[in-house]
Write a protein that binds this ligand. Sequence first.
Ligand code: SAM
Ligand code: SF4
Ligand code: F3S
Length: 463
Amino acid sequence: MNRTVSFPELDYQQSCMDEIRQMAERPSTYHIVTYGCQMNAHDSEKLAGMLQAMGLTEAPVRDDADFVLFNTCCVRDNAERRALGNVTWLKEVRKKHPRLMIGVCGCMVQEPGMAEKIVKQYGFVDLAFGTAVMHRFPELFLRALREDHVVIETGGEDLVVEGMPACRLRREQAYISIMQGCNNFCSFCIVPYVRGRERSRRMDDILQEATALRDAGCQEIMLLGQNVNSYGKGLGEGDFPELLRRLDRVGIPRIRFMTSHPKDLSDELISVMGSAEHVLPQFHLPVQSGDDEILRRMNRHYDVARYLDRVQRLRSSVPGIGLTTDLIVGFPGEREEQFQHTLDLVDQVGYDSAFTFIYSPRTGTAAAAMPDQVPASVSSERIQRLIALQEKRQREEMLRFIGTEEEVLVEGLSRRSSDEVSGRGRHGVSVTFAGSEKDIGKIIPVQIDGVKQNTLSGVRKES
Ligand code: SAM
Ligand code: SF4
Ligand code: F3S
């Protein structure tokens, strides 16, 4: 059973927030720079919620803020280098703004050895804390205000923390974290080391959050977890299909989720996808590689045949479903013919989009110690071929939408023209059409009549 704590009942954190709010000498504005995935984006909403509860307001421009917080990612080396580069740059900003406070948090800080590295190489940082202690941010922030050396905290038990204040980015779309951590230990991945063991939130807490969002006018929820298919393990309250069925009854118009692991994608979930009214016809199903031997060494616990079987069942249950994936090239020992198997799979499945990555060795993971690391020049050449094929397949797949109607949740003005708006259709694909600011946040039916790269275009249907 997971240990759940209630943030409003953490008296010490609450009194730290009160104390900070009343301090005469404290930062009055903040800016959070977020790297990484949706989990980090949602954590940043909670960090912003706590900062606002402590009396700070958001500075839209980073260099104007009194407190800058970097919420970091370490899933690949370039994510880590980008974050550290930006932290270093702020050292210069501080010359003009001597009272600037700098904080670093998120997955990178939780990496083994990183806290020591921060003290040694980034001594100008005021505060660094890992994902496991995010609920203690008020206490750590207060210490950083009082102490003149860097405050570092990374330890901590894997908890479920309920009731943290959140300052959500949008009213009509919201993230709901349904679980945290990961138990899968894919051999390339650092996430289990920096996000702790898998733990699910109680179903009633999730339903309560969804109901409050519905009442506040939310149109779409995105359920978050590293492997949502294993939601509920050890909880004894029901599994992910059951959670989806119950959320479907809440009545929020659109429900999405990510990420699903192919090994845990059950027939029952596939059947709920076909029957639940509000669960959108889209599925992110990372395959990583199209070669059985590589999949085995990645510790993914499925083979290509099982993956294709899941895809085929999803497509029969939800015709036209939008499928997306993640792919890694240059995993240790990947030979040309094995990479070719990945190309074959991409060609066969026909994804609406794919995130493609060059394998990046992460210290402490099993794959980092494997022999035959693939040279960068080989991986770069492979990823170019993979991207070219995916783009071609994507263009072909997009054609199935021509002449159909897509209900689009408008997210904003289009980047190309202020007379156009863009948003996502029910299948997850971007759609652009003539509109104005007053359409933002609404769900509008659009008749699709064209494809430009990976975006659909169309005309609003009169209702
Ligand atoms: N939990 C999800 C899953 O199982 O697919 C994804 C989590 S991870 C944050 C997102 C993607 O990053 C992975 O699907 C994988 O393709 C990629 N990734 C993770 N570790 C990587 C590494 N060391 N090098 C390159 N890509 C990596
Ligand atoms: Fe990483 Fe695998 Fe867990 Fe996804 S399922 S977070 S890829 S270890
Ligand atoms: Fe996400 Fe990066 Fe952490 S992808 S879970 S922010 S390592």
